[in-house]
Design a protein around this ligand. Structure first.
Ligand code: HGY
Ligand code: MN
Ligand code: MN
Length: 416
């Protein structure tokens, strides 16, 4: 890279204003966003992103999973491109930066290259991956999983939301079924910018997290089965109350995390009792479990502890437990060449950085299976995310985008 191309800065206010514009689409109720995957709000966010990319002289293509690729030509169009991006869908009570920052930082890096007339040898493609969050249609990171061959398109499109609507129907509904086949193709590298969604960078006053990998993750659907009984006439001795049994199991799941100190994560995010009448002892409870750990070995131990607790529950309460594993993601270690390029970018800009392992899943997890990949983290206030209060400053997002710009120039090869 020539000296002029080192240490370039993005246009901070343009990048910040794009975030504010995007945040107007699918607003939450407390200042964040509710732009869930494949809703009409997601469609509007996609449309806005497409307009911005076309205004930056990029050609936008869409694949059959709705993944969006905005391509900036390279001087050698035959070379595999460098991809950069993340996701525009949000949690139901999501923030304005989770995913969005990764897509808009990549767009801002390209706009800055355009402003400065910089050409790269390799094409650059900005990606908006479909349904990263997995809150409406599980599993998460769905669009990138199909692209990377980790999930079949048919399986993905058959998944249903809580209203029984399939992902395939929802994608058709927003008219984002593209023509390009959803399959991996030669990619030189994939870089994803993201807010850390945790407290460490802010606590240590680091502007950049050089993400070296992502922990192992597993999702389950669990069902506790008891007996519906009259709330007034049924004494404790005759009850098989699915809700009180499930509550005991949830506390045991929490204990699986607690006794691992800071290394384990167990979360019950959805918990529903049926039939859902005030004067009927519940006969069925359905809940989700999200388990994570830096190593698969330890995550498998947590799995065994969960299943043993379920067996003990049956002996203790007479309520049966059905456990369905719906997703597993191995731990991922990112590519050293990409990691080194990010470190160089942070050093060039004089941004204090540290290596960090991601506790959250990202589309880079799937991309790392088919191409050299890595991630750039920036701090977010109090480490809060998946919460409408999520916040990252204009300075923090500009610092992340500056490092992305350097990294893309490094990997895409500047022309001579
Ligand atoms: O669940 C995750 O880790 C990601 O934020 N979707
Ligand atoms: Mn995300
Ligand atoms: Mn998220």
């Amino acid at each position: 890279m020539t000296d002029i191309q080192r240490n370039l800065s993005v246009n901070k206010s343009r990048l910040w204003n794009m975030h504010l514009e995007m945040a107007k689409i699918g607003p939450g109720v407390a200042g964040g966003n509710n732009r869930q995957a494949l809703t009409d709000d997601d469609r509007m966010g996609r449309d806005l992103f497409k307009t911005w990319c076309e205004a930056a002289d990029m050609t936008v293509s869409i694949d059959t999973m709705g993944n969006m690729f905005a391509r900036r030509a390279g001087t050698n169009q035959t070379l595999p491109p460098v991809l950069a991006g993340s996701h525009l869908d949000t949690q139901p009570t999501g923030g304005r930066f989770d995913g969005v920052f990764g897509v808009l930082a990549a767009l801002e890096a390209v706009q800055t290259m355009n402003d400065l007339g910089i050409k790269t040898e390799r094409p650059i493609e900005i990606v908006n991956w479909t349904n990263e969050e997995g809150s409406r249609f599980g599993p998460p990171m769905m669009g990138s999983a199909v692209f990377a061959g980790a999930l079949s398109e048919a399986e993905a499109k058959a998944t249903k939301d809580q209203d029984g609507f399939t992902m395939g129907e929802a994608l058709k509904e927003i008219d984002y079924v593209g023509k390009e086949p959803t399959q991996s193709r030669p990619v030189h590298a994939f870089i994803e910018c993201h807010i850390e969604q945790g407290p460490f960078l802010e606590r240590e006053d680091k502007a950049i997290g050089v993400v070296t990998g992502v922990q192992a993750m597993r999702w389950y659907k669990a069902r506790v089965l008891g007996e519906a009984r009259h709330a007034g006439t049924t004494p404790p001795s005759s009850r098989k109350d699915a809700l009180t049994a499930a509550a005991k199991l949830v506390l045991k799941i929490d204990a699986i995390m607690q006794h691992r100190g800071d290394a384990g994560r167990c979360t019950v995010g959805i918990f529903q009792a049926f039939p859902g009448s005030p004067n009927v002892c519940p006969d069925r409870v359905e809940f989700t479990v999200d388990m994570r750990n830096p190593t698969s070995e330890e995550l498998n131990k947590m799995d065994r502890e969960f299943r043993r607790a379920a067996e003990d529950l049956y002996i203790d309460t007479g309520c049966g437990v059905e456990i369905e594993e719906i997703w597993f993601s191995e731990p991922v270690h990112f590519d050293q060449t990409c990691i080194d390029a990010i470190r160089r970018g942070a050093n060039e800009h004089g941004h204090p950085w540290r290596d960090i392992m991601s506790g959250a899943g990202h589309d880079a997890v799937n991309m790392a299976r088919i191409a050299p990949s890595a991630m750039i983290f920036i701090p977010c206030k109090d480490g809060i995310s998946h919460n409408e209060a999520e916040y990252s400053s204009p300075e923090a997002i500009a610092a992340g985008a500056d490092v992305l710009l350097s990294t893309l120039l490094d990997l895409a090869g500047p022309t001579t």
